[in-house]
Ligand binder design. Sequence first.
Ligand code: GLY
Ligand code: MN
Ligand code: MN
Length: 453
Amino acid sequence: MLASTLRQRRHNLKQKIDFPAILWSGGARSRNFPNTYPFRASSHFLYFAGLPLENAAIRLDDGKLELYWDEPPEESTLWHGEQSDRDEIAAQIGADAAYPLPELSDRPRDAATIAVQDATTYQQQINTLNRSLSSPHESEGRDLTLIKAIICLRLTHDRHALSELQKAANVSVEAHQAGMRKAKIAKTEAEVRGAMESAIIANNMTCSYNSIVTVRGEVLHNERYDNPVEAGDLILADVGAETPLGWAADITRTFPATGKFSPTQRDIYDVVLAAQKRCIDRVKPGVEYRDIHLLAALTIAEGLVDLGILRGTPSELVDRDAHALFFPHGIGHLLGLDVHDMEDLGDLAGYEAGRQRSDRFGLGYLRLDRTLRSQMLVTIEPGFYQVPALLQRAQKQDKYKKIVNWERLAKFADTRGIRIEDDVLVTESGCEILTEKLPKVAEHIEELVMGNG
Ligand code: GLY
Ligand code: MN
Ligand code: MN
């Protein structure tokens, strides 16, 4: 199955470029000699080579794949055990030929490539191709043509990819269930994180990004886990698994530490959930992802007007970016081999040709501005946050100080950050939620935390 999928992928590439491409996997970064950080192969390499081989390169030309990889020296079996040899790996991935890595330098130097992140491999790329190499989002000429071709392929997922993505989603669901079950007895955020990542590790997967497990959900990328978990806290958990072949999931849930939302937390939670569901209902081919973002913004503005936190007409509030005081990020992003898929390419993947990031406060953080197509996988992740710096600034700005009812907002002080995130596959007729099995309705979440779910 893997070999035939990879054959199809390089056949698809052949339809788009008529010159060779070389993709490098990269190497592990040193941690403290002789230990390294866990190795993660470049996603562009993984897409065509299938397996996370370290210090390998593939040459793709006219639908054929040549593998360049040095077998580990014999003495390495002492430390790392027996490993597959080059021919076995070549057979697994359906390579047309396989050679030691140094032989790559004997090939013509006319290939396109994408720069990798680790410095040693980057130098190898330059030496092999005998030319300078820009960072991927500044590429030109053949490299840019290659990048655009790869984006076109990776934007939608084939059957093999979808089966991997579903596995990552399933394990991530399990991790979130474990976290919710742990919340009631956990004394710190770290204990909840431990329960969640334990489920991922026990399934022989890794985390697809640094977990966010925090009672300070308003710190959007909080990567500390030392806060105590106390009665009345909401825990925001943004945790996802990655399969051994590199495919990612990305889920967020927010749940009450002691199993019961306070009335104010519940009010806001239901606003975020309404936005999330409404957005997912809108996902289908032909729809602009940007419009889905704006629908979330509108739903949040409506909800906050109903709760007396914002004053005015919801659509006008969105036009003035008032929603972004509480929902400052975009509605989501592409998901695939990278959790923010292909964002190493800047906005080349996320933004349709000719489109650029808006300088509007309420739109500038939108990571994806494309027309949705069948087999694209996106996240839908609206949120509500009380970011002190943002709100303190707004309180002094003529533009915002009157449209927020600050006294009313103060009553919601126990609701620092809420986000609800699912992985949503665009299908021919609508969409399918890969992470659907994980509850998100408030009562169901409460039951899970209480241990009844
Ligand atoms: N986990 C990062 C994100 O949701 O975008
Ligand atoms: Mn996400
Ligand atoms: Mn996430």
